[in-house]
Design a protein around this ligand. Sequence first.
Ligand code: HEM
Length: 327
Amino acid sequence: MTSSKLLSLIFLHQALVVFVLDLPNAEGLKIGFYQQTCPSAEAIIKITTAQYISRAPSLAPALLRMHFHDCFVNGCDGSVLINSTKNNVAEKDSAPDLSLRGFQVIDGVKTAVENECPGVVSCADILALVARDAVSMIKGPYWPVPTGRRDGRVSTAQNALNNIPSPFSNITQLEASFGSKGLSVKDLAVLSGAHTIGISHCFPAVTIRLYNFTGKGDTDPTIDPNYAAVLKKICKPGDLTTLVEMDPGSRKTFDTHYYSIVSKRRGLFQSDGALLSDSETKAYVLSQISSGSTFLKDFGPAMVKMGKIGVLTGKSGEIRKRCAFIN
Ligand code: HEM
C-alpha cells in the first residue's frame, strides 16, 4: 500500500472514530453536549461547585443523594428541584425528600451558568454534573457524565413516595425497585456503597429499627446487638433531629469501609443489611473487603447507568430558567 493510501485510511479511521464518539447514544445523551452551545458550561459548573464544597464538604453526599432521588422519580429530569405550588405538592415535599440538602448549590450553579449562556443548560444536567464533581472533590471516584438531558415539567410528592426505595425494604423490594429502573442486582450492590459517605436522621429509619421493629417495642434481630446498643445511645425514641453517620468513623471518605460494616451486620438501615440476604449482593459485599476490591472502579459506570434513567432529550421537556420553577 502506498503511504498516501495508508495516510488517507488513517484519516478515514480517525474521522469515523470522531463521528462515532460524537453520536448521541440510544438515550440521546452524549459527552460534551454543550460544546457548541455553551463551551464553558462544564468548567463553570465545576468551579462553582468547588466554591461550595471547599466551604462545606458535607454537601457532597447530599448532592449525590439528590441526583439519585431525581433519577428514580420520572427519570433524571430535574423534577426533584421543583418547588411546590398552591395546586401541587412537589417531590421535594414528600417524606423521603424532606431530608435532601444542597438545593442552594444547584441554584448557585444554575445562576452562574445562566449568566454565561441563558436558557441552554438543563437543571437535570447541572445536577448530574454537580453530583459527579462534588464526589470527586472529596477524593471520591470520577466518572464521565454524558449530557443532553432536558427538564421535566411534572413533580409530585406521590411519585416520589412510589419510587424512592424505603430504608425498610428487604432485598426483594430493593431488587424490584432497581430492576424497574433498568438497574441490575450488581448496580444495587455498587450504588448502595454511596452510603460510605454522609449522614442520616435517627428518625424514622433508625429509630423504628431499634425500638419498634414489628410494632412491639422490639429491635431488628438482624442488626449486630452491640451496634444496636451503640445506636440506642445516639438515637432516643422519638428523636427527630439527631444525625448519625452511616459509615461510622469513615463518613467523609469515599472508600470500601461501608461494605466492611455491612458484612458485620452494622449497616445502618434494613436496606443496607438486606445486601447480605441475596447470594449475589452478599458476594459483592464480601469481595469488597478483601484486597481485590473493585468498588471504586465499579461506582462510576453504575452512576453513568443511573444517570440515563428515563431521560428527556431532543424536543421533550424544557430548559428551565430557574431550577425550582417550571418555565
Ligand atoms: C438502596 C436503596 C437506598 C435506600 C433505602 C436509601 C436510603 C437512605 C436514607 C434513609 C438516608 C438518610 C436520609 C436522612 O435521614 O437524612 C440516605 C442517605 C444517603 N443516601 Fe441513600 N438510600 C439508598 C440508595 C442510595 C443510592 C443509590 C445513593 C447514591 C448513588 C444514595 C446516596 C445516599 C447518600 C450520599 C446519603 C447521605 C446524604 C447526606 O449526607 O445528606 N443512597 N439514604
